[in-house]
Design a protein around this ligand. Sequence first.
Ligand code: PLP
Length: 359
Amino acid sequence: MNEQELISTVIRPEIRALTAYKVADACGYVKLDAMENPYTWPEEIKAEWLKIVHDAEINRYPDPEAKTLCRILKDYNQIPADSEILLGNGSDEIIQLLLMALPANATVMAPEPSFVMYKQVAQCLGLKYQGIPLQADTFELDINLTLAAIKTQQPEIIFLAYPNNPTGNLFDSDAIEQIIQHARGLVVIDEAYAPFTDCSFIQHLSKYKNLLVMRTVSKLGLAGLRLGFITGGNFIISQLNKARLPYNINILTQCSVEFALNHPQMFATQTKTLRQERARMFLQLSTLKDIRPCPSAANFILFRTAKDMATDIFNALKKQGILIKNLSPKKGLLSDCLRVTIGKPDENGAFIKALKNAL
Ligand SMILES: *Cc1c(COP(=O)(O)O)cnc(C)c1O
């Protein structure tokens, strides 16, 4: 048997058709491509954390239900008492878990452009995926198109990133409520960028049975620890929990996130600075000729360049040591679009300077 024969025997065709999720090598660059928090911790806090890591019993299995961590997360995120939470190895794992639990041939729906994992995981699992284009000029939901698609396709699950990635905007909340009301299946509001906005659907959880809210600590500043969670009614969370692998949150992640979230002021200060920097960056981008930034409620800004210039500008930035994300090759509504993550003030300054050189 040759390699090709073996592959076609053991790998499903939908997986063979996929391309792997690629992450650019950022070595040596000012890294403004991945929505990371640029700030680390003061030395005295790191020293306290090391004591906790020192005492972690890595010879034992971690608490499979991560009870202490769940309690701290519920508290930190002001989750209503009657909502349950389920943890994942990043919210990416939760997307996978949600889709694994769906019936065969189920339909997954999401606006486009949005977070690529919804489609990637759906395709990997051989589910039907239906993307609904956002409005071209504003990246707002096309509510009529979406409601019509819900009616004809009856999706088992709809993902709405709020704020949306890669566009950065918050969809109209009335439109989202209409979607929740008309959906026959689940609606997941993906609040990965919650630290950078005051808007949330968490307070709607008690109102809608089919509503789930997903969050992560990644964009807050703990991307390396891999922890996300989803919250909603116990009747659905307890079902999903059966599909979760028992020890999916390792002990170092459990104790480190518990420790980190006991320092809320540190994160509040960091995210406040990032929000201020976002406003400053938006203004600066707005003044540049042929650059049109989109209003953002997240820790990044999507901006449009002059026609067919995005890739040249992206490469010119790279030559100057600045790595951002080039979305233009995705075509469609993202043609001529680049996305920059908000970094430290000096990194943002270096980016603006390099961008001016590149224009
Ligand atoms: C970054 C991101 C995630 C993934 O978060 P992890 O917890 O790091 O897996 C999920 N949803 C959206 C919209 C994101 O931008």
